[in-house]
Every structure is written in C-alpha cells, then in structure tokens.
Design a protein around this ligand. Structure first.
Ligand SMILES: [Zn+2]
Length: 89
C-alpha cells in the first residue's frame, strides 16, 4: 500500500471518454530515465508546453508527441494521472 489510494483498476481502460482522442493534449511524464518515462503520464495542453506543466499543474517532462499520445499510452506500467483524466474528459 505504498501507492496512493487511487482505484487499482487501469484508468486507461476504465475512465477513457469519447472525446479524449489525443488531439487537444500531448503527453508528459513525471520523469524520464534512459529515454523511458517514469511515474505517471499527464496531459499537457498546448498553452502549457513552454512551462512544462500538466493540466493538473504538476511539473512534467514532455514526451515526443510523435510517439506518445494522451491518454492512449497508459497502462499497468505507465499509469495515467487521474486528475488529468478528469480534467480532459
Ligand atoms: Zn496530471
């Protein structure tokens, strides 16, 4: 129980909505280690790209939009930020 109290179900499967196709947001991560995102994936709006802030206001490192899409790249290994999910649906 070292993680937060979020629902253990995969948010990418359970909270996806019809209009979150990834066109309005790009993806950011809590960190990047050896070119691999670590921590949660967050949504980043175009206006926040320069500041490096996610929709939930967390500081993030931007991921290459050619290879990463919000919210489709989440999963058990890369959990999606629940706050960003709520704010982008
Ligand atoms: Zn977030």
């Amino acid at each position: 129980m070292s993680r937060d109290a979020a629902d253990p179900r995969d948010p990418a499967r359970s909270a996806r909505c019809a209009h979150s196709g990834g066109e309005r947001w790009t993806a950011g991560a809590d960190g990047i280690r050896a070119a691999v995102p670590v921590g949660r994936l967050h949504a980043v709006a175009a206006r926040d790209l320069i500041a490096g802030r996610a929709v939930c206001r967390a500081p993030v490192l931007l991921l290459d939009p050619a290879g990463w899409h919000w919210p489709d790249d989440g999963g058990p290994d890369r959990p999606l930020c629940w706050t960003c999910l709520r704010l982008t649906c």
